[in-house]
Ligand binder design. Structure first.
Ligand code: DQQ
Length: 657
């Protein structure tokens, strides 16, 4: 949980070059991002869910093929284009090569923004080297994607990940493995599992760990077989007395699960951590789809070798497409073991939507007996409502850290530059700083995500700035020197008089459909410019935008604007963001972690988060600075903040010397 920081001396570097002209809009220019509207037809969605569940209840207790045909036909007519409850707008992208589609996963390689003949930027080695991060988990080289099987075992945090040992693009997927005592400094271990069996020869895909009460460790993962069938497999450590769990054994009876009838061989993957039921058995969920209906099936087991498909399903949402990397866990204001259940316990369901490559979650109630999970609010059902992150963040997975009694979230942060640049730099993808997640008991309707406390051990020198007044249309430089590895905690207050005098407006604000930080409104945008050079030719604004609605209600958005983040045109430039709840009496607060090419933003204690990859060409090394700005037209803001320089983490190969 964030702690309020003490505000000390007044700003020692209040700029003499503040621009005070209200007409001066220092952030003008920049292309208008594409409109990314997301229609949700909620009533239809609710009805469809009931219909699907009804049909599938029947289907899974009677799996005759003619019933499968019937179910498929009904689903097809229900979710036929335009008739479904939700259609996910395809991002306008150029896909450099469809890597993965024939194997049954969508294109995993980096995409670049649409437009014919996007000229490639002449990236040089110094620019590309700067993009490598200093305190985020990365393999030494090559491609990485999903986090797999995270756990805490005998004093070590274990992290496995989807890895291509042969290059910087998706393919040849095996399990990389690293260990850490604090989630920050990592030792790379040998590959945990490679594609050496008929049932995983096309890829050792994502999976999860379960630690049994007797100390055994069970790893379930998806293998893409010699015929590209998605099969679930069991693996376990060769030597439980080795805290590093270096060697892994695949169960001789693999595969333990094949796609059930009605589920396509390419749509059955990513087993969850198991939870223990009151009936004394274990259950796992697996993502699947029928036509455009995403769903999670549940299997029950006693020994992790033999499984029974339970009737019905945990949940399904028409129109959401394939559910990858389903995660299912209990939540409260503290971390809970995955098996905790009982009256009053809330459960989170998270799905990674293959169709739009975003991670959605929803809070609801799990009925173990009925094998169902029901969202508290069907309007924000899983896949159609809230996201973990409004930037780039995918295929995430949580684990319960029994060491510190907390639940930790890992998420894969892919590149948003071109595939050619990834190949040139020899690596692709990061993992976000692991986040502690708890239920936001103040709103009851969202989670709070916050960087694990261990990252604060990297904080070096800091500077505090107390109550800086940032006038409308101005930019204020913050004298913290080089700002490529920084942790920023900031609070903002809109001038109360101006707030009161501002007329009510009907218009809603959407970061993605706006012109970014250059689009001026009465009460926003204002915030920080990170990875900005002195001349502001490159800048990444992270900002609040407040709209005063009918009856004086305020609605706040938090956004990250990539539109002017780089002079290169072969990188993605979106305005990311979302609405963020701000409760009575709360100040606007934000934490921003900058680590070279990644900018992670946590607003209002982690109610809304945005992760962006940024590829400046000038605002790098010693030229990267940080500024305050206020591009609102009607209200000055007061900003108080603290900025720490961040040390680098030790992330290196393990040696027992
Ligand atoms: N990545 C894995 C799959 C999973 C996908 C393959 C999500 O198991 O569905 O690399 O990114």
């Amino acid at each position: 949980m964030p702690k309020p920081f003490p505000m000390a001396e007044p700003n020692p570097v209040r700029s003499s070059i503040d621009h005070e002209d209200p007409e001066y809009a220092p952030l003008s220019g920049g292309a208008k991002p594409e409109d990314r509207r997301r229609p949700t037809k909620v009533i239809l969605a609710g009805l469809s869910v009931l219909l699907v569940i009804g049909m599938m209840l029947g289907f899974f207790t009677d799996t005759k093929p003619d019933f499968c045909t019937q179910a498929n036909d009904a689903l097809l007519s229900m979710t036929r284009e335009g008739a479904g409850p939700r259609s996910i707008p395809a991002e306008a992208v150029v896909r450099p090569g469809a890597r993965g589609v024939k194997e049954g996963v969508s294109d995993k390689s980096s995409r670049i923004i649409a437009g014919v003949n996007v000229p490639s930027f002449p990236w040089n080695n110094s620019m590309l080297s700067w993009q490598r991060t200093a305190f985020h988990f990365q393999p030494e080289k090559n491609w990485m994607n999903d986090p797999n099987g995270p756990m805490y075992y005998k004093g070590w945090y274990h992290f496995f990940y989807q890895y291509n040992p042969e290059g910087a693009v998706w393919g040849n997927i095996v399990w990389g493995h690293a260990v850490s005592e604090d989630l920050i400094h990592w030792l790379h271990l040998p590959l945990a599992m490679v594609a050496d069996q008929w049932y995983d020869v096309n890829g050792v895909w994502s999976g999860s760990a379960t630690i049994l009460p007797d100390g055994q460790v069970v790893m379930l993962y998806t293998g893409s077989s010699n015929e590209s069938v998605q099969l679930q497999n069991l693996a376990y450590p060769a030597d439980l007395s080795d805290p590093l769990l270096v060697h892994w054994v695949k169960h001789p009876g693999n595969p333990v699960l094949a796609p059930p009838p009605c589920i396509n061989k390419l749509d059955f993957r990513d087993p969850t951590t198991a939870w223990y039921t009151s009936g004394g058995k274990w259950r796992i969920a697996i993502g699947a789809k029928i036509n455009k209906t995403g769903m999670s099936l549940v299997y029950e087991t006693e020994d992790f070798k033999n499984y029974k498909l339970l009737p019905g399903m945990l949940h399904a949402v028409p129109g959401t497409g394939m559910w990858e990397c389903v995660d299912f866990f209990p939540v409260s204001e503290d971390g809970l073991d995955t098996s905790v259940n009982g009256p009053g316990v809330k459960h989170v369901m998270k799905v990674s939507l293959d169709d739009d490559r975003h991670d959605y979650y929803s809070i609801g109630t799990y009925d173990e007996k009925a094998n169902t999970w029901v969202p508290d609010n069907p309007e924000i059902d899983v896949g159609i409502g809230i996201r973990y992150d409004y930037g780039i963040f995918y295929a995430s997975k949580t684990f319960y850290d029994q060491n510190k009694r907390r639940r930790i979230l890992w998420g894969w942060i892919t590149e948003s530059d071109s595939e050619a640049a990834d190949v040139q730099k020899g690596w692709a993808s990061l993992q976000g700083i692991p986040r502690t997640i708890v239920l936001d008991t103040k709103t009851g309707s969202n989670l709070l995500q916050w960087p694990v406390e261990e990252v604060e051990s990297l904080r070096l020198s800091s500077k505090e700035f107390d109550s800086i007044e940032v006038k409308t249309g101005t930019v204020v430089p913050l004298d913290v020197g080089t700002a490529t590895q920084v942790d920023i905690v900031a609070e903002f207050e809109l001038d109360k008089q101006a707030l009161g005098a501002t007329p009510e407006a009907d218009a809603d604000y959407s970061c993605g459909a706006s012109g970014g930080a250059s689009q001026r409104g009465a009460l926003g945008p204002f915030g920080l410019l990170v990875l900005a050079d002195d001349g502001l030719s490159e800048q990444t604004p992270v900002y609040f935008y407040v709209v005063k609605g009918p009856n004086g209600t305020l609605k706040t958005s938090i956004c990250t604007d990539q539109l002017r983040s780089s002079e290169a045109s072969d990188v993605v430039k979106h305005v990311y963001g979302s609405f963020v709840p701000v409760l009575e009496g709360e100040k606007l607060s934000v934490r921003i972690m900058v680590d070279h090419s990644i900018v992670e933003t946590f607003a209002q204690g982690g109610r809304s988060c945005i992760t962006a990859r940024v590829y400046p060409t000038k605002a790098i090394y010693g030229a990267a600075r940080v500024f305050l700005f206020n591009n609102a037209t009607e209200a000055n803001v007061k900003a108080s903040l603290k900025i720490w320089q961040m040390n680098s983490a030790f992330i290196r190969p393990y040696s027992d010397q």
